[in-house]
Ligand binder design. Sequence first.
Ligand SMILES: Cc1cc2nc3c(=O)[nH]c(=O)nc-3n(C[C@H](O)[C@H](O)[C@H](O)COP(=O)(O)OP(=O)(O)OC[C@H]3O[C@@H](n4cnc5c(N)ncnc54)[C@H](O)[C@@H]3O)c2cc1C
Length: 457
Amino acid sequence: MQPFLDECRAVVGDAHVLTDPQAMAGFLTDWTGRWTGHAEAVIRPRTTDEVAAVMRICSSGDVDVCVQGGNTGLVGGSVPPSAAATGRPAVLLSTTRMTDIDDIDTVGRCVGVQAGATIDAIDTHAARSGLMFPIDLASRESATAGGVVATNAGGTRMIRHGNTRAQVLGIEAVLADGRLLRRWSSLVKDNVGYDVPGLLAGSEGTLAVITRVLFALASPPPATTVTVVAIDHVETALDLIGLLRSAGLTIEAAEIMTQAGVDLVHEHGQRRPVSTSAPFYALIEVSGVGEVESEMIDVLERADGIVDAVLEPGPARALWAARENHTEAISRSTTTPVVKLDVSFPLRALPEAFGELSAIEGLVGHPCRAILFGHVGDGNIHVNLLDVPPERTEEITARVFAVVAVNGGSISAEHGIGRAKTAWTHLGRSEVDRTTMRAIKTTLDPQGLLNPGVLFG
Ligand SMILES: Cc1cc2nc3c(=O)[nH]c(=O)nc-3n(C[C@H](O)[C@H](O)[C@H](O)COP(=O)(O)OP(=O)(O)OC[C@H]3O[C@@H](n4cnc5c(N)ncnc54)[C@H](O)[C@@H]3O)c2cc1C
């Protein structure tokens, strides 16, 4: 590998080709701790030209490339496979030095960013021009532009603005052979052929290395109010969303937590959002043009099934913390790598699905804890199974996906397939659909260098 590494060093500089195992360790294990991979080096380019040069070197040397942004992905796609998996050498290409953010186009309401810019940095930059980045997730300080596009992230504002694909106006990406693909226009109406930027959204590093993205921006909402309601049934949350909409309020976010989840974050130092205990808690943020708070109180008084409620003007960070600290508290509390399954259901099937998924913890022959939470307005449940012995992971995953299949849901709502779910893509995609996806992959990456083992297994 020495000549190969020397070529890479000549492109990005000695300091940015890491080969020391200690320096590489943090890059090679994913956020969940469930996947650790092997790479000959971690390569950290600064520019698109450097990415293109590195890809040309990898292509001619037949070296696999795993692309990594903030390494907050939860399905194992951001780390390479183990050494034996492909029989070819692999490198990890990290975008963490590609953090440029252009000036905001306040008329076109968009911004161009490099792939390694974090969601928090993009939003902070947009806020200086009175705008906001419509994608928001609890991993905002690490998750990158390239990562949210590659996973087509949803997040807490999805119910209001749509997923990441909906925010992508233009894209610049380097193909596996080093060629540059650039479609960069702030036109919101532009129907010349296939939606290639849209195709790269959700491609999980298997089609190209995204180097820059032109994102649409949004206006921040006027006054917002956040409520957390303690409720006995999931239906109550769905009914409440309907009532708030009928009252003319705009739903900015609609989340759900369970008693077990709120208890867990409380054990990790977070104050309870509502003092009364209940099986479920819904956090709903609304905006509107009038007296938003009094309109929300009016709706809460009319709604059935609310056990207790608190209300705060937005951004209500303390209320949000109870929801956003779930992922962190779960990973600190589990005794084995947490089995994280991010699934979605038609809204009508959501209450039934919650019941069936809660019962999963009793179905394997080893005690495990199920913590469910998620984006209730989108029908998206994050199923977290703690203390699952690693040898039972496949079995318990199959049980969760059986619930998904029976209720007409999806095995991946917003995290992608990664390495975690490749064996189950047939549950959501037909043979013809999967063959079409494979044909696209082969066309763009005939050597199969980009993220082998991700999405296709
Ligand atoms: C606390 C927490 C909360 C989260 N909340 C949400 C949530 O609400 N909604 C949600 O959707 N996700 C959520 N996630 C998951 C994660 O943050 C998202 O999937 C995010 O989009 C990953 O971004 P990243 O930069 O960390 O990507 P990485 O983890 O580095 O990579 C993820 C995938 O994208 C590919 N990739 C990364 N950069 C590029 C690039 N430049 N070009 C091509 N491919 C690339 C990788 O190869 C990999 O397959 C959460 C994670 C955590 C830890």
